[in-house]
Design a protein around this ligand. Structure first.
Ligand code: ATP
Ligand code: MG
Length: 242
């Protein structure tokens, strides 16, 4: 589905991501974990072509990913969204349909139906007329999840979707992830959780500038790997979990 080969990204000559290679298969929920500053967001943005990369090849179904961006949904880290931007919940989700309908044509009835279904699925239809800046953190996260659903993509990137959300929103997000997985979609989810919810992922990539481990939960979340990625202090904290 997606193949990343030898991806490297520098910011003003300083390396942030180096020699990252992996493949994603359909119907998988893949977690990307690693400490703050490990390059998780940078890696995702470089794969999507939102920032330039030093080197690397990104392939999607044997073509280049750039040719298939309509099939890729991206939910950025919350801190990277301008929450003061004056736009309603409904219009945020409707924007994901632009590629299908074009800016200058009125949104088709079908798109309006898709937007409604997506907002209902994440429990945000009632608040559709609200400005996005007037929502709680969990509600904001659900709106962007709804937006990715309305895009009807094949490949999904979520950057820290669980930050600042309560258990109810977390449950909704995981339910939606599972539905997408069962539809054969591919999900790459950046997160920090090594605890109980990590069981919901099919596979993990442990990143600290480069890939330290790639595999199942038990293969990746080991004391040795965590120590290598996070340093000594965290090893002690994670011991209970492992
Ligand atoms: N626009 C930028 N200009 C310069 N350096 C940057 C920029 N964005 C990120 N960096 C640096 O690149 C490195 C990787 O940052 P990145 O945001 O990708 O990490 P992350 O793994 O997503 O961290 P977090 O868990 O805190 O979200 C960090 O050292 C960061 O300071
Ligand atoms: Mg990040």
């Amino acid at each position: 589905m997606l193949e990343v080969r030898h991806l490297a990204v520098n910011y003003r000559g300083v390396s942030a991501v180096d020699d990252v290679s992996f493949r994603l298969e359909p119907g998988q929920i893949v977690g990307v974990i690693g400490p703050n500053g490990a390059g998780k967001s940078t890696m995702v943005k470089a794969i999507l072509g939102l920032i330039p990369c030093e080197s690397g090849v990104i392939k999607f179904r044997n073509g280049s990913l750039k040719q298939h961006l309509a099939q890729v949904a991206y939910v950025p880290q919350r801190s990277q969204i301008d929450w003061d931007y004056p736009i309603t919940v409904q219009n945020v989700v409707m924007m994901s349909r632009t590629r299908h309908t074009g800016w200058f044509r009125s949104h088709s009835r079908q798109s309006q139906e898709i937007v409604r279904t997506a907002l209902e699925r994440v429990g945000m239809w009632e608040l559709r007329k609200r400005q996005i800046g007037e929502l709680s953190g969990g509600q904001q996260q659900r709106v962007f999840l709804g937006r990715s659903l309305a895009q009807q993509a094949e490949l999904f990137f979520f950057d820290e979707p669980f930050v600042g959300v309560d258990k109810k929103t977390e449950a909704i997000i995981f339910e939606v992830f599972n539905e997408l997985k069962l539809q054969g979609k591919t999900l790459l989810v950046v997160g920090h959780d090594l605890g109980e919810t990590s069981r919901r992922y099919d596979r993990f990539l442990l990143l600290n500038k480069t890939i330290i481990a790639d595999g199942s939960r038990s293969e990746v979340i080991t004391a040795k790997n965590i120590q290598e990625a996070y340093g000594d202090g965290v090893f002690l904290l994670q011991r209970e979990i492992i």
